[in-house]
Design a protein around this ligand. Structure first.
Ligand SMILES: NC(=O)C1=CN([C@@H]2O[C@H](COP(=O)(O)OP(=O)(O)OC[C@H]3O[C@@H](n4cnc5c(N)ncnc54)[C@H](OP(=O)(O)O)[C@@H]3O)[C@@H](O)[C@H]2O)C=CC1
Ligand SMILES: CC(=O)N[C@@H](CCC(=O)OP(=O)(O)O)C(=O)O
Length: 308
């Protein structure tokens, strides 16, 4: 029998891409609302009541409201917003961080999808902090660029209807909403300086973390720690700088659920950069939600997702 899924916010950027990944599957039946009822709390409550899993693709406040609408129901929830990512009642939906976390996702009532930038940063930092190659109190910078779909329908309209700039920096006040989850999930005690930017391309993302090298922290030890941690995973790939070449393009893994990590630099001058590339609407949002849904339903983790 097909699993019943309700995507609350199906008409939005993340919701549409989840719908696209699910609507061709015969093991999934989508519960859908007519356009004129999609924001009606009564209609949404009825949809949640029929669903095995509800996927929230909403602004934070609407996501909190959706959780309240499901009070007393058995429906399980996956939240793509940032409303619950550092909430203890929710499991952080990044199965590749540990086998324990994957087991928790499988059993969870509530799963919070990681943020897109946060996925790249945590994928790099968490294993390296665990391996002792980054100190938890180290002064770190995280620099990133995203395609404009990362800002949802409002930023898409700005770019596609009004002609927005080729590139802009933002969140310069150091209050970006992904910083708390990055710190918690990576085990950092010192707040990193996070510098995101948007480029004039629709989808794709690169997150880079510069590091000073020393006797223990070398290009090969960083690569090996990451490679060991993600060995056997379907979607997180650790590749060498030689495999990448001299340029990294943020759109490199678009259309897939892959998050690709590589370590670059030079032992001779002691400087390195670790880079994660992902599709903000793949492993950064919609793909990650489908992966979590597959795990929660005890299905093949890769169903409906591209691994290359
Ligand atoms: N875009 C991305 O790359 C990523 C997004 N996210 C997060 O996912 C969530 C969704 O983002 P995104 O898809 O980009 O945003 P969009 O603005 O593209 O879509 C949000 C959708 O939610 C709908 N909506 C708003 N309020 C309600 C409500 N009360 N009831 C029902 N529907 C409602 C909107 O309606 P309307 O169409 O009328 O505006 C819209 O269709 C956000 O929390 C975002 O931060 C997470 C990771 C990456
Ligand atoms: C380009 C752009 O504007 N990106 C969004 C992050 C998108 C995202 O990941 O949103 P969540 O935190 O809800 O997951 C931003 O910086 O606010």
């Amino acid at each position: 029998m097909a699993h019943k899924i309700f995507i609350d916010g199906e008409a939005g950027t993340t919701g549409l891409q989840i719908r696209d990944r699910l609507q061709l599957r015969d093991d999934i039946r989508l519960i859908q609302l007519d356009a004129d009822r999609r924001k009606d709390p009564t209609a949404r409550r009825e949809a949640f009541a029929q669903a095995d899993i509800g996927i929230l693709c909403l602004p934070d406040e609407a996501a909190k409201e959706a959780v309240a609408l499901t009070a007393g129901m058995d429906v399980r929830l996956i939240d793509a917003s940032s409303a619950h990512r550092v909430d203890d009642r929710w499991v952080f939906g990044f199965a590749e961080l540990s086998s324990d976390l994957r087991d928790q996702i499988a059993e969870a009532r509530y799963v919070s999808n990681p943020g897109c930038y946060a996925s790249g940063a945590i994928a790099i930092l968490s294993p390296l902090v665990d391996a002792g190659l980054i100190y938890d109190d180290e002064a770190l910078s995280i620099n990133a660029v995203s395609g404009y779909t990362g800002g949802g329908k409002a930023l898409i309209a700005e770019y596609e209807d009004e002609g927005a700039p080729a590139h802009f920096l933002y969140a310069l006040n150091q209050h970006h909403k992904h910083i708390p989850e990055i710190m918690v999930q990576s085990g950092l005690t010192t707040r990193p300086i996070f510098s995101p930017a948007v480029g004039n391309f629709a989808q794709g993302m690169a997150v880079q973390i510069p590091l000073r090298l020393d006797d223990d922290r070398r290009i090969d030890s960083l690569h090996d720690a990451l490679s060991d941690h993600y060995s056997g995973q379907n979607f997180v790939r650790v590749v060498t700088a030689e495999q990448i070449g001299s340029r990294i393009v943020p759109t490199d893994v678009n259309g897939t659920n892959v998050l690709r990590i590589s370590v670059h630099g030079d032992e001779a001058n002691g400087c390195a950069t670790v880079v994660a590339v992902l599709d903000n609407l793949g492993k950064g949002a919609s793909g990650a939600a489908v992966q979590n849904m597959n795990i929660m339903l005890d299905l093949d983790e890769t169903a409906g997702l591209s691994a290359d």
